[in-house]
Design a protein around this ligand. Structure first.
Ligand code: GRF
Length: 216
């Protein structure tokens, strides 16, 4: 079975959608561990409720970010994941740790990358009067939200949208986007090459999630 470790800092709704997809039989994979930088993250409780090992490490217990990240990823490595999924993980990861796990860590980010990196992406989209917004799944690289984009889901921005209404509409698409992307990972169809994402061993533009929640 395809082994997934999840890193989450907060609510964990993306984790929950993965757990639900696995329980419902639509994602042939196993969550082998959930890890957090915050002991109070709701994601940890969701994991424990599902009978999955969950562990928080506190950045404050380490002298440097590099030391924290090395310890965190050493803990993750003990569960031998095929893929590490950052789903609402709110910290930058040390470049050396990222390089050591190259091609095996992905992140979901709530914008159509390369647009609107960093925080407050929904407000950024509104401020830029974007007609379209959405979410992206990308390989983690040392550059914040800068790794090769694997897949995206798009939503229209509506007149009268607030950051909250837009975030809610994007989140509804994030969940199926992550599940579908992981289905393709589990099937061995996605990899990271020197020059970017490969789908079925060919260089590929980002996959686009269709209305039926599958890749177009
Ligand atoms: C999501 O919007 C994710 O894209 C972003 O943080 C949010 C996390 O939500 N990076 P949740 O913790 O999965 O509910």
């Amino acid at each position: 079975m395809y082994r997934i470790a999840v890193l989450a800092s907060g609510r964990g709704s993306n984790l929950q959608s993965l757990l639900d997809a696995i329980a419902g039989g639509s994602l042939p994979a196993e969550i082998v561990g959930v890890f957090s930088d915050r002991s109070k993250a709701q994601a940890l409780q969701r994991a424990r409720d599902a009978g999955i090992a969950a562990r928080a490490l506190s950045p404050k217990a380490f002298e440097t970010r590099a030391a924290f990240d090395a310890a965190l990823f050493a803990a993750i490595d003990t569960v031998a994941p095929d893929l590490i999924v950052c789903a609402g993980y709110m910290r930058l990861v040390d470049a050396q740790v990222v390089e050591a796990h190259r091609g095996r860590v992905i992140n979901i980010h709530p914008s159509l990358l390369p647009a609107f990196k960093g925080l407050h992406t929904h407000q950024q989209a509104l401020d830029a009067a974007a007609a379209e917004h959405g979410a992206s799944v990308h390989f983690l690289t040392p550059e914040l939200d800068g790794g090769p984009v694997i897949a995206q889901a798009r939503v229209d921005v509506h007149a009268g949208d607030t950051a909250e209404s837009l975030a809610a509409r994007v989140l509804l698409r994030e969940h199926p986007l992550l599940v579908e992307t992981l289905r393709w990972f589990a099937a061995g169809r996605i990899s990271l090459a020197e020059d970017g994402v490969q789908i079925d061993d060919e260089a590929s533009d980002p996959l686009q999630l269709a209305a039926n929640q599958r890749f177009a």
